[in-house]
Unconditional design. Structure first.
Length: 135
């Protein structure tokens, strides 16, 4: 059985798992491949989005500076304030969600790697008995 393929995944030949060759039910070139790269890139993207949202709250506050000057008594200002606070809450929720998503995506990559290694290890005794050679 093949071992770790680079730092990003495990490669297993189906023929190694099925006993190989005649009657093994698998052709020699077939492989199962797992790469944590896609999960880690997605986690980085989620973190990047959260970081991108970081300064939005300050930019929103800056955009509203001076808005009150000369508009005292207009009822639309109260509504504008409520809308602004709604956006602030939404932005903070989105930043929090991005952070949580990044952590969850990394956890999936880690769990898949551990599962792959566990499965690979569980087939090692069978591979030794079947082929007479430890792989």
């Amino acid at each position: 059985m093949s071992g770790v393929s680079g730092a990003s995944g495990v490669r297993l030949r189906l023929s190694d798992l099925a006993g190989g060759g005649a009657g093994g039910g698998s052709s020699a070139g077939e492989e199962l491949r797992h790469s944590d790269g896609a999960w880690l890139r997605a986690a980085g993207g989620a973190e990047g989005m959260g970081a991108h949202l970081g300064p939005v709250r300050t930019e929103l506050a800056t955009a509203h500076e001076g808005l009150l000057a000369g508009t005292v008594g207009l009822s639309a200002l109260a509504e504008l304030g409520a809308v602004r606070e709604s956006w602030v809450r939404r932005i903070e929720c989105a930043r929090h969600e991005c952070g949580a998503l990044a952590g969850n995506l990394r956890a999936v990559a880690r769990a898949q790697g551990e599962t792959n290694e566990s499965v690979r290890s569980s087939f090692a005794p069978v591979a030794r008995r079947t082929h007479g050679v430890e792989r």
